[in-house]
Design a protein around this ligand. Structure first.
Ligand code: PLP
Length: 449
């Protein structure tokens, strides 16, 4: 049974109206949440942005300690979505999607970590993928539409989407991944589930996979046969649940003064969600953008010039992005005002050598094992505290270190304990269709299914 307090339901009914979203390329192109989620992208190739991000009732933030994670998630999502989804339905969506914890652990006097890897695929992307799966099946439950999600992955997205959408009625998922370029465990996460999840192993790069997906979206014949959608962070459904855990982290902090969040970033979806949270009124001093050598955003913050480039390969590979897709959402939030952006976001970037040295040092001095992405976050937190010594930084630990077993074990010269969920995959049988990177081949594959 779902318990909904009187106060929660009433507030939703009285104060909120429906969420509307507009395209970053045309503010007159306004759609409802259902359209934004099922279509993923506006036709004008912009990104969907919420028309309004309301401030939360300050009493909610003041009393945050009284709410469970599930209640926080409900309250925050209702604040964004309004009464477009009835409160009881929204509560059920949220409680099915967010059914694992996000604990904060203190590492030094003023650096803590928010562990976001306790979901099924052991990466923070579980929050987005699971919420999106629940939302999509709510929107399609009348069974009129069958949705086909195409997703290109360089590793973590595919695993989270596969687990999140597994066995969801009315939704079929096709994951494209570059042959030989994802880790062994990541490949198993994509290729062993079966049912409504299929994997295509592409002889090519991640960019080739992404190009195939893009061409499919533009192909009239395929659009006639399928209702195509995307599960990458261009879809607004992924950003909504990524706002929940900032509140959950804040709740757990003993000292709530001068709190900043440090976000290891690639496509900047996670950091954009943090900016939504700041707009909703959570007292966050700064959002710290932590990157590896792929530093277009830190360079923008430094210079005011945004120059996307080809990405470099690093050991924190989920952040190997040269042209972050959510950057246009950040510009939109601040009306392209660079000065205002640099007031809220501080950026730092680090090399692989620095990242390895950090993993080693944090393990030795603080008995904590960071994954390579988290280590970049730890480094940025330290750098930030040199400038703002009175602050308290919470960095987001975006994946479990065992997902990057080879890199972490070689660096620490220690064997990691692999969570049973991940270890069990080793014995499962891989099933994937092998294709070249030619679109014609992918198209006939889709048409003949
Ligand atoms: C996807 C991912 C990131 C980057 O997140 P963005 O929202 O794209 O910035 C960071 N770390 C890990 C482990 C990831 O899987």
């Amino acid at each position: 049974m779902i318990f909904l307090s009187r106060e929660l339901t009433r507030r939703v009914r009285i104060n909120f109206n429906d969420m509307q979203l507009y395209s970053t390329n045309n503010s007159n192109n306004v759609v409802d949440l259902r359209t934004a989620v099922l279509k993923s992208l506006p036709e004008d190739k912009g990104l969907f942005m919420p028309k309004k991000i309301r401030g939360l009732d300050p009493r909610f933030i003041k009393n945050i300690g009284a709410y469970s994670f599930e209640e926080i998630a409900f309250h925050v999502s209702a604040n964004l979505i309004g009464e477009y989804i009835p409160a009881a339905e929204l509560y059920s969506i949220v409680s099915k999607a967010i059914n694992f914890p996000a604990p904060v652990k203190r590492i030094t006097g003023n650096i803590s970590t928010l562990e976001l890897f306790h979901g099924p695929s052991l990466a923070f992307k579980d929050f987005g993928a699971r919420f999106m799966a629940e939302l999509m099946s709510y929107f399609t439950r009348k069974g009129e539409e069958k949705i086909t999600i195409l997703v290109a992955t360089s590793g973590d997205t595919g695993g989270a989407v596969a687990a999140g959408f597994y066995d969801t009625p009315g939704i079929e998922v096709i994951i494209l991944y570059p042959s030989g370029r994802v880790s062994a465990l990541q490949e198993k996460q994509l290729t062993t589930l079966g049912k409504n999840i299929s994997a295509v192993e592409v002889a090519g790069s991640f960019d080739d996979c992404q190009a195939l997906v893009k061409s499919a979206f533009l192909d009239p014949e395929l659009n006639k046969k399928y209702n195509l959608s995307s599960a990458n962070s261009i879809n607004i459904a992924r950003l909504i649940p990524q706002s929940f855990y900032y509140f959950e982290a804040y709740k757990q902090l003993e000292d709530k003064t001068s709190v900043s969040f440090c976000v290891p970033s690639g496509n900047f979806g996670n950091l954009t969600a943090g900016l939504f949270v700041k707009k909703m009124g959570l007292p966050i001093k700064h959002l710290i953008a932590a990157t590896n050598k792929n530093d277009v955003v830190p360079r923008y913050l430094e210079s005011g010039h945004y120059t996307p480039v080809e990405s470099y390969t690093t050991i924190s590979n989920a952040m190997d992005v040269g042209a972050p897709s959510n950057f246009s959402r950040i510009l939109e939030l601040y009306q392209k005002d660079w000065k205002a952006i640099t007031k809220d976001i501080i950026g730092y970037s680090f090399s692989d050598e620095q990242t390895r040295a950090c993993m080693l040092r944090v393990h030795r001095d603080h008995n904590y094992i960071c994954d390579p992405h988290g280590a970049v976050g730890f480094l940025a937190s330290e750098e930030y505290l040199k400038k703002y010594p009175n602050g308290h930084v919470v960095f987001l630990e975006t994946a479990h270190p065992a997902k990057f077993l080879d890199v972490v074990e070689a660096c620490l010269e220690t064997k990691l304990t692999v969570p049973p969920r991940l270890a069990a995959l080793a014995d499962k049988t891989k099933k994937a269709d092998k294709l070249s990177s030619a679109f014609s081949e992918f198209k006939s594959f889709l048409l003949s299914r």
